[in-house]
Design a protein around this ligand. Structure first.
Ligand SMILES: NC(=O)c1ccc[n+]([C@@H]2O[C@H](COP(=O)([O-])OP(=O)(O)OC[C@H]3O[C@@H](n4cnc5c(N)ncnc54)[C@H](O)[C@@H]3O)[C@@H](O)[C@H]2O)c1
Length: 343
């Protein structure tokens, strides 16, 4: 079978060099065609890792447009900072490449729309790296909700207590470049909540604060480190997220859903096993490990080969930005924000 030749732009520590590994390791029918980063030392580090892992020479570029023109690529994985996603993505489409772009899609809806328009105009795939969307567990919960067994959904919540971001992401501490901590992180959670609630968010009220104005490396930080976010949906459901970045090594996450006939709950305490409690007193525990479609990288490659749509659509990527963007404004301006104000 033909291999998809992929270039990577943004050879950073967390995505391209996935926590010391290679993000495309284990993906079938892919060839790493080229790597790009504007910091030479990161590029060299990534090249060393990738050549060792894949066992062949990989070309490197400091300029992504040059990589798009000269790399002989089919596609590109955009894993640069959030504020560069549109620039890196749109020029890839114009160079005739498919794009898998990291989340959050961009900092504004106008920029997200430009990315979507460029994909459609050039008839290329725009995959979005909403990796939580590939977890089988969340789809199992979607199926339980769709079956009607816990009734009509009234509330969905998520609590996450985690450490802060890592040093190599120097841009993340500047809200002008990352969109802020909620924008950076919680698009994942709203993507999952959108999948379960199947309605449009309307109003958002959030309260948040910065307890630590410097990151752990002593640099200035203007991003929130704790927040409560409440929002309404058109269908009467409400969502709530409690996010706190003040933990050191400990990470805790839970999701819960209250329906008119029962409740679903799961957390990191027991490997996110799905606990269902029905209002008649019955209880059930379900496990649903693994990823759909082999995960986001495999899905992207398979979509190019087979000409199908990725599991995460352009619309879903855009929609996952709405509540985070409104929450960042709500906290800054201390008011309720209507999603239809966003641009
Ligand atoms: N899907 C997920 O769960 C997940 C997890 C972590 C990060 N992310 C996202 O992935 C993206 C990258 O995150 P990261 O943690 O790897 O960040 P990072 O800062 O470690 O990596 C980004 C890289 O882009 C490079 N870069 C910056 N400007 C460039 C330019 N003009 N040309 C070429 N390279 C340039 C930087 O030098 C850096 O090496 C972000 O959008 C982030 O939100 C997603």
């Amino acid at each position: 079978m033909k291999k998809v030749k992929i270039g990577i732009v943004g050879a950073g520590g967390q995505r391209c060099c996935y926590h010391g590994g290679c993000i495309f390791a284990g993906t079938e029918n892919v060839e790493i065609g080229a790597l790009c980063d504007n910091k030479a030392e990161r590029l060299e580090h990534a090249r060393g890792m990738y050549e060792k892992k894949f066992g062949y020479k990989i070309n490197t570029y400091l300029d992504y447009n040059e990589m798009y023109r000269k790399g002989g690529l089919d596609a590109v994985y955009v894993s640069g900072p959030n504020y560069l996603h549109k620039a890196m993505t749109v020029s890839a489409f114009e160079a005739g490449l498919h794009v898998l772009c990291e989340k959050p899609m961009e900092l504004t809806l106008a920029n997200a729309d430009e990315m979507i328009n460029a994909a459609n105009k050039n008839k290329k795939i725009l995959g979005l790296a909403m990796q939580m969307h590939y977890r089988r567990r969340y789809h199992r919960i979607r199926e339980i909700i769709e079956s009607g067994i816990i009734g009509k959904i009234a509330q969905v919540w998520c609590y996450e207590y985690r450490g802060t971001f890592i040093e190599m992401k120097d841009w993340v501490w500047d809200s002008e470049k990352s969109g802020g901590a909620i924008h950076e992180k919680n698009c994942h959670h709203y993507d999952i909540m959108d999948m379960w609630i199947k309605s449009n968010p309307t109003t958002v009220y959030a309260s948040g604060n910065i307890m630590k104005h410097k990151n752990p490396y002593g640099q200035k930080s203007d991003i929130l480190d704790n927040a409560f976010i409440i929002n309404d949906y058109e269908n009467g459901t409400r969502g709530m997220i409690n996010i706190c970045f003040l933990a050191n090594k400990e990470h805790y996450r839970e999701f819960g859903i209250h329906g008119t006939e029962g409740k679903i709950f799961f957390s990191t305490v027991d490997d996110e096993k799905i606990h269902i409690a029905y209002n008649n007193g019955d209880k059930e525990i379900i496990e649903a490990p693994g990823d759909l479609r082999g995960g986001m990288c495999q899905d992207f490659v398979d979509c190019i080969i087979e000409g199908k749509e990725p599991l995460v659509s352009q619309k879903m990527g855009r929609k996952s930005l709405l509540v985070p963007m409104a929450a960042e404004i709500s906290i800054k301006e201390k008011r309720v924000v209507h999603v239809n104000e966003l641009k």
